[in-house]
Ligand binder design. Structure first.
Ligand SMILES: [Zn+2]
Length: 166
């Protein structure tokens, strides 16, 4: 299955898309060592501690990139999601540029009611943005598309790090 926008891609982009679609998992070595950290992240989000949530997100990401031997990332957790007519932004990935390393930004409160987002959605967003990083740095794709394979990789990380506990 391909998403509708596939037909609008150039031939070169279609090749990248198909390559992306074929990779369906991201096996993490010793992933069970990370689950206590993810539990701690859940607690810090529930207690609405932005600084602590940011610190733990950084540790989780540091440990994952170390296991996969890809360049490190900066991670920033902010308060209220930016919103406009298109909806609200959950997370953002900015690729490395020049000497600045790549960066993930996440928001912990919904735009509408300023409530802390559900942990599952917060953690999935973190892994989603990480998957963009892995497309460039691990799979060496020239572009990072939202393919079915992309979402399977996101789920693969989620289940290794969290899904098994729930
Ligand atoms: Zn995305």
């Amino acid at each position: 299955m391909v998403f509708a926008y596939y037909n609008r891609l150039t031939a070169a982009q279609k090749r990248i898309y198909r390559k992306s679609d074929e990779i369906t998992a991201v096996p993490l070595p010793e992933e069970q060592e990370l689950t206590p950290l993810v539990s701690e992240l859940e607690r810090s989000l529930i207690s609405e501690d932005r600084q602590k949530s940011e610190d733990i997100c950084r540790s989780v990401i540091d440990q994952i990139v170390a296991r996969l031997s890809v360049p490190r990332l900066r991670v920033s957790v902010l308060a209220v999601r930016p919103s406009a007519s298109w909806g609200e932004l959950h997370g953002l990935y900015e690729p490395a540029e020049g000497r600045a390393s790549a960066k993930i930004t996440l928001w912990m409160r919904t735009a509408k009611h300023r409530r802390v987002v559900a942990f599952r959605s917060f953690f999935r967003t973190l892994l989603h943005e990480l998957c963009h990083h892995l497309d460039y740095e691990l799979f060496l794709l020239a572009e990072s598309f939202h393919t079915e394979g992309f979402y399977k990789r996101e789920s693969s990380l989620f289940h290794q790090l969290w899904g098994k506990n729930k």
